[in-house]
Design a protein. Structure first.
Length: 445
């Protein structure tokens, strides 16, 4: 591909130096206006559109912790527990899809643009959620095999949503609130986890009398709980498909400075809806599309590579603990809190596991997210990360080494430690514009 692409109008075969200077000045001024503006409606709109994706992904991912317990009572009457191999499969299958989705959609967003890709991942999540809810046994197919398959597909959609929503939010954000906006989008995960618990409790309550008479009514319950995850995704899908291209991508990667500057002007005006997203510029300052060579050259330098390595390790460390505990929260609740919650029959057990999920989320997870939202631009990203990891290290060491003691003799101590340990990860801003989405996708693996 040539180093420069020119307008189809062929105004000139060469972009003169004075024009380049003018375009660069226009670019700098437009980005300065976007960075320095006060918070406007389109900032809220971007956070809502991106945040609903994180809300839905958290609901779909973590509801399996509650659904797994329901499946045990519905289909395994002997011990009311899903066999360990199937339980592991349905809980970890989405993580496999996550890896694929994060890398694939991160690369696609850098290669083809944010707008062209945004919405596809949500469509995948909707289809996979429907497939999961409709999974059933047949002569040639196991219901659990179907659930695992659709959970992998769901993971691809969820994995794609992570880098796309984070990058789009950061590129539309003003400079002094960028961290808060990104943290706000991530904070919607807490509400997704909370909603999963609430929906489970409400659905169980609606079927209470039926469940106590016939346990197989739980077959209705888990399908309804899973299927409800399609509602928020379907509502926001249109807005994702019609969101304008990121002005920063338009100018810095695609090279259409005139269009990017014009879109910023519209966004900052009272009429902040970009009506004509097919604006044709006189000049396209051509830049090569992101490639593996660009990625390798950039991160091959230790000053850049160490940042990628550090953030990747941070994401990995927090996810192992956070996801591991969240996916097995029901088991932990039953083992650690028998004196505080009733687990006498299937209905009481499932209802109280959902209640425990809500308590942990309200007291631990959501406050942790919102502390990041409120403090990240004041204390800084690095301080928030160091403080979070230091506290979590101490808490996990105490829980791990004293598990047998505190869960038998001092259960209230374990409950408190478990709740305050459920803190979220802090969103991380990316590095180079041409591989921004790809980099964030890799960091989140």
């Amino acid at each position: 591909m040539s180093n420069r692409e020119y307008s189809s109008r062929e105004y000139s075969n060469v972009i003169h130096t004075d024009v380049l200077v003018q375009l660069d000045t226009s670019r700098r001024q437009a980005l300065a206006n976007l960075d320095d503006t006060k918070i406007k409606w389109f900032h809220f709109r971007t956070c809502i559109i991106s945040g609903v994706g994180f809300f839905t992904s958290a609901y779909d991912l973590f509801v399996i912790n509650l659904v797994s317990n329901i499946l045990g009572y519905a289909y395994f009457s002997s011990d009311s527990v899903v066999p360990i191999n199937l339980d592991t499969g349905i809980k970890t299958s989405a993580a496999i899809g996550n890896i694929i989705g994060q890398v694939l959609f991160g690369w696609m967003a850098d290669r083809y643009g944010r707008k062209k890709v945004y919405g596809i991942e949500l469509s995948i999540m909707i289809a996979a959620t429907a497939g999961t809810a409709l999974s059933a046994n047949s002569f040639s197919m196991s219901m659990f095999a179907g659930i695992i398959f659709w959970r992998i597909i769901l993971g691809i959609g969820v994995g794609g949503d992570y880098p796309l929503s984070a990058v789009i939010t950061s590129e539309f954000a003003m400079k002094n609130r960028r961290g808060a906006m990104m943290a706000l989008v991530f904070a919607m995960q807490g509400f997704g986890i909370l909603t999963a618990g609430l929906v489970t409790m409400i659905t169980l309550k609606a079927f209470e009398s039926s469940i106590k008479q016939e346990i197989h009514y739980l077959d209705y319950v888990w399908r309804i709980i899973v299927g409800i995850g399609m509602i928020p995704a379907t509502v926001v899908l249109y807005f994702r498909l019609t969101i304008p291209e990121s002005p920063r991508y338009t100018m810095d990667v695609y090279g259409n400075i005139e269009k990017g500057a014009k879109n910023i002007e519209i966004l900052l005006s009272s009429d902040n809806h970009v009506k004509n997203d097919k604006f044709e510029a006189f000049y396209l300052v051509g830049t090569p599309k992101a490639s593996w060579k660009d990625f390798r050259d950039y991160f091959g330098k230790w000053k850049n590579g160490k940042i990628l390595l550090g953030t990747c390790v941070s994401w990995f460390a927090i996810d192992v603990a956070f996801y591991g505990l969240s996916f097995n929260q029901g088991i932990i609740m039953q083992n650690a809190t028998p004196n505080y919650l009733s687990f006498n029959d299937p209905y009481d057990t499932l209802f109280n596991i959902a209640l425990g999920n809500i308590i942990v989320t309200l007291v631990g997870t959501i406050p942790g997210y919102w502390c990041s939202v409120l403090l990240i631009d004041k204390l800084g990203r690095r301080f928030i990360q160091l403080m979070g990891f230091a506290v979590l290290t101490v808490l996990y060491l105490i829980i791990g080494f004293s598990y047998a003691i505190v869960t038998t003799s001092y259960q209230w101590i374990f409950v408190i430690l478990f709740i305050i340990s459920m803190r979220p990860n802090v969103s991380i801003e990316s590095i180079d514009k041409s591989v921004k989405s790809s980099t964030l996708g890799i960091k989140m693996i």
